[in-house]
Write a protein that binds this ligand. Structure first.
Ligand SMILES: *Cc1c(COP(=O)(O)O)cnc(C)c1O
Length: 394
């Protein structure tokens, strides 16, 4: 596998907007990742665990009834079939292995909906690492089953009371912990965000999605897709998918953000589609903020997309025009969730339901595309209670 360089900047974006005390740890992480990804002992063990524990390669599935509905062949990259049910395990497992290699016995993580927290707690149980997960107390209330899962897996879940008591505050608390405990602790960031080298490190660990999908679609159809579509929260499943196709200029890449209640309402999570430039959690990127630079609260029906920032590599890919970023509302995502269930017998997570909703609104047949590839980043079981509550309230 040829690896891209470990960028600190993507065009003007990225960087390290962090307290000085963290710079040596970021340097160490960068050094260790460059060494680890070139070390066959490390890459062989990661490959073995991805195969036997996570269940990779995940299938690339030709969705026949979905294809009929959109007038073009649609192939789904089935990250929903991984252990723990989403792509987050690819990153959490890789970083936990790296923590062990660095001799750091303690891992911290942040979580919003709990998916990254569960993936981190899982990887730490497997590798016998101490795990502390920061979570806003409002999210703990909304995601009680994932709190119980993390505790069963042996993790300590620390509630964060600040601000809106959701993901943004949990990340800030995790960064504060890291500043104080950096000698013994590795911070497993859950998306392609944060100070360098995290966006590049997380992309490297998630590119297994795009590398597999590219080989699988060539093997199955003898050609590349016309369009590749993925949802974007912080942007890890999307960057991991896109990196497999970014050097194929004929392949259109589409990142789908959450328009929430509507882009005009400010109750959305679409910084790439709408946002200004700003600094959030250590990186310059597309960020939702007010006139004074204060970070705005994001909104999406899908907790995994409910974040006011985005990965710096996406901001750059937007500016260069290589990737198109679009946004889909809560209502459209909920309709797509139901539609995929009925067409294919698959309950998608609400996050990739946004990518599917865009596909339904822009079907390949009408758009002149004959082969579409969509990353199904996770399964929808976690969202059932939310969907049922919303629909009974309608
Ligand atoms: C967390 C999550 C996302 C959003 O995160 P990215 O880093 O943008 O991929 C998307 N899908 C699922 C299933 C998730 O759990």
């Amino acid at each position: 596998m040829s690896s891209p360089p470990l960028e600190r900047r993507f065009g003007p974006y990225g960087g390290r907007y962090v307290p000085e005390t963290l710079i040596p740890a970021l340097d160490e992480l960068e050094r260790e990742w460059l060494a680890a990804r070139a070390d066959p002992d490390f890459t062989d063990e990661l490959a073995r665990l991805l195969r036997d524990y996570v269940g990779r390669p995940t299938p690339l599935y030709r969705a026949a009834r979905l294809s009929e509905a959109t007038g073009a062949e649609v192939w789904l990259k089935r990250e929903d079939l991984t252990h723990t049910g989403s792509h987050k395990i690819n990153n959490a497992l890789g970083q936990a292995l790296l923590a062990r290699r660095m001799g750091k016995p303690r891992v911290i993580a942040e979580t919003g909906a709990g998916q990254h927290g569960v993936a981190s707690a899982t990887a730490c149980a497997l590798l016998d690492l101490d795990c502390v997960v920061y979570m806003g107390t409002e999210d703990m209330r909304r995601q009680r089953p994932n709190v119980e899962r993390m505790r069963l897996l042996g993790a300590e879940v620390v509630g964060v009371e600040a601000g809106a008591r959701t993901l943004k505050e949990a990340v800030s608390a995790a960064i504060r912990d890291w500043v104080g405990n950096v000698a013994t602790t590795h911070y497993v960031i859950g998306s392609a965000v944060g100070p360098a080298p995290y966006p590049a490190l997380v992309r490297d660990l998630q590119r297994t999605i795009g590398d597999e999908a590219r080989a699988q679609v060539l093997e199955a159809t003898g050609r590349l897709p016309d369009r590749v579509i993925a949802c974007v929260g912080g942007g890890s499943n999307a960057i991991g998918t896109f990196v497999g196709f970014v050097d194929d200029p004929a392949v259109k890449l589409i990142g789908v953000e959450a328009a929430g209640a509507g882009l005009e309402t400010r109750r959305h999570s679409a910084p790439l589609t709408t946002g200004a430039r700003g600094v959030l959690h250590g990186a310059l990127s597309a960020v939702l903020h007010d006139e004074e630079g204060q970070i705005l609260e994001a909104h999406s029906v899908s907790a995994g997309l409910d974040y006011p920032g985005s990965g710096p590599e996406h901001a750059h890919l937007r500016d260069t025009g290589r990737v198109s970023y679009v946004a889909v509302s809560d209502a459209e995502a909920l309709a797509a969730f139901r539609r995929l269930a009925q067409l294919e017998g698959i309950l998608p997570a609400l996050e990739p339901a946004h990518a599917l909703a865009w596909l339904f609104a822009n079907p390949g047949g009408a758009a002149g595309a004959s082969l579409d590839l969509v990353t199904l980043s996770g399964r929808g079981d976690k969202d059932l209670a939310e969907v049922m509550a919303l629909e009974s309230g309608l």
